[in-house]
Design a protein around this ligand. Structure first.
Ligand SMILES: *[C@@H]1O[C@H](CO)[C@@H](O)[C@H](O)[C@H]1NC(C)=O
Ligand SMILES: *[C@@H]1O[C@H](CO)[C@@H](O)[C@H](O)[C@H]1NC(C)=O
Length: 534
């Protein structure tokens, strides 16, 4: 009887508690403060939905740039919700430190990208540099940043580059659809002159079309390429990838590359806005992993990695590889590829891997990827380890995503933003996106970035398959040991592998934008001195 009488009032209490909760969440969302409800996932989902509903799907915060990194990392806001654990017992907080906090920053490195004292405004322009970029979003970003440096070296006026429209992704976006064009021009004004278009009077001028030699040093551009100005007013770079050496360039050129790549190439306001919203929504689930799951059709077809796929799937991929003319290697032994560690980890393997590293099954994971090959049929194996799998498609409404959907580069830019901002970034394959995100996270304060040792892992996975080892403590210890030094802590960029020659030597180097240390990251004391120079 008593219970019965209590029920209506308890419902009323519950209702007002819920209303309060929703109001609080929406207020918090409006104030743009981080919330991390620590309750179970369905309730979190309710929080998120309430929040979305209240603030409206359409709102785009285009003003705030996500790259507010110029404050030294120790001064910028703490990389997220660690306080969530601070008041719990010590063991738990050590555990959370091991999983989520940036790895120890020995040397206290901070960005140092200001020019040296001998740097001058751009010299008199000798002509125009037109650039046709090639590759996907991140290959283009690296290429564009290199071209900024090259324009500086040869005293060219850079014309806003033309984006690749013929790559695998067939994206028709123009520069200003992907990047904030005006910001790019203004923020590099002290480095190079940049124009949106080639002036009309030069449209008909004869152009020198050049494939700049791969990985060239400063002499090549200063002596050889600059000579072209004696005959031409317009030089067109027919390709933009890897045209500039990673190493042995003047400090001011290296710093300029960093200013271009990490700062000037901000995404267009609409992309930045939605990217920031995705980050906020992801944060409402608590500290999260962004997983670059490179398990997409093009990657698998290109690499010939068919492990774990059905025969008909493998056939489809082989056919794609055969018909794409610019993929030169056609005959691939999938098992050999895999055992050498050349294959992207499968969704199932990533699940085993992250569990073995100690991430609990309620860890929210943002899947940064295009369409996963085979869709749910392959994702279930990851989902069984980590049920809270999110993506831009799940976090944003159809309406919010609609303007970007037809454009692969713009969709990739959204994933890039969330990946850079995540607490932990993991890539299943070390491609251009993974390298760019890794470098960016190093630049912003060596945020935790886990690079799987795919070769070692494949051997462990094979043992699981054969039944000689099980998921559990032993696997966990071995996995953690292998990845102790693969968490993104500061170290110098790796030089070439000894014994390699020519192009192979350059190819074997760690890419400049993957690790801008020492050129653009300095110990905090030396940064103070360099920024005091005029
Ligand atoms: C570029 O301009 C600067 C300053 O005017 C000059 O010192 C330098 O020699 C020029 N470089 C080339 C390659 O023309
Ligand atoms: C890019 O620019 C060209 C030429 O101005 C235009 O025809 C095309 O529609 C633009 N692409 C997009 C996606 O807006």
């Amino acid at each position: 009887m008593q219970r019965r009488r209590l029920r209506p009032s308890s419902v009323a209490v519950l209702r007002s508690v819920l209303i309060c909760a929703i109001a609080t969440v929406s207020l918090v969302a409006l104030l743009d403060v981080h919330v991390s409800p620590s309750s179970s996932s369905p309730f979190r989902a309710a929080y998120t939905l309430a929040k979305r509903h209240e603030i409206g799907y359409g709102s785009r915060r285009s003003e705030l740039a996500w790259m507010q990194e110029m404050a030294p990392p120790q001064l910028s806001k703490a990389p997220t919700a660690f306080h969530q654990w601070d008041d719990t017992n010590q063991e738990a907080s050590q555990e959370s430190e091991k999983l989520w906090k940036p790895p120890s920053n020995h040397g206290g490195f901070v960005p140092c990208v200001k020019p040296t004292s001998s740097y001058s405004p751009p010299g008199e322009s000798r002509g125009y540099l037109l650039v046709s970029t090639n590759g996907g979003l991140n290959q283009m970003r690296a290429g564009i940043s290199d071209m900024v440096a090259i324009a500086r070296i040869i005293n060219a006026t850079l014309v806003i580059p033309i984006l690749d429209k013929s790559s695998f992704w067939q994206d028709s976006s123009n520069f200003s659809d992907v990047f904030d064009e005006d910001y790019f021009i203004h923020s590099l004004a002290n480095d190079v002159k940049i124009m949106k278009k080639l002036p009309k009077e030069f449209a008909a001028a004869t152009k020198s079309v050049k494939y700049f030699k791969s990985w060239s040093g400063i002499e090549y551009y200063r002596d050889k390429i600059s000579q072209l100005w004696d005959y031409h007013k317009v030089i067109r770079a027919a390709k933009s990838d890897s045209r500039l050496a990673n190493n042995n360039l003047p400090p001011d050129i290296q710093k300029l590359r960093c200013r271009a790549f990490y700062q000037a190439l901000r995404f267009a306001p609409g992309i930045e806005g939605l990217g920031k919203l995705l980050v906020e929504r992801m944060r409402s689930y608590g500290p999260f992993i962004a997983l670059h799951l490179r398990y997409e059709k093009d990657m698998l077809a290109f690499s010939g990695c068919t492990y774990g796929l059905s025969a008909s799937e493998a056939d489809e991929l082989t056919t794609i590889r055969e018909i794409i003319p610019y993929w030169k290697v056609k005959d691939i032994d999938p098992m050999q590829q895999r055992s050498k560690g050349y294959c992207p980890l499968t969704p199932k393997e990533v699940g085993i891997f992250l569990s073995a590293l100690g991430y609990p099954s309620n860890t929210p994971i943002y899947i940064a990827a295009g369409d996963i090959y085979g869709g749910d049929s392959h994702m279930v194996d990851l989902e069984s380890h980590f049920p809270i799998l999110m993506s831009k498609e799940k976090l944003a409404s159809a309406d919010e995503l609609e303007p970007f959907r037809p454009y692969a580069a713009q969709m990739a830019a959204l994933d890039y933003i969330v990946s850079v901002e995540s607490d932990v970034f993991v890539s299943s394959y070390l491609g251009n996106m993974a390298r760019a995100v890794e470098g960016h996270r190093r630049f912003l304060g060596h945020r935790r970035t886990i690079t799987p040792d795919r070769k070692a892992l494949v051997h462990l996975f094979d043992k699981i398959e054969r039944g000689s080892i099980k998921e559990g403590k032993k696997l966990s210890d071995m996995t953690s040991e292998i990845h102790k030094r693969r968490q993104g802590s500061p170290r110098k960029r790796k030089g070439p592998i000894s014994g390699t020659r020519g192009k192979e030597r350059f190819r074997s180097e760690e890419a400049f934008y993957e690790n801008p240390l020492p050129d653009c990251l300095c110990r905090s004391e030396s940064d103070v001195t360099s920024s005091q120079r005029p």
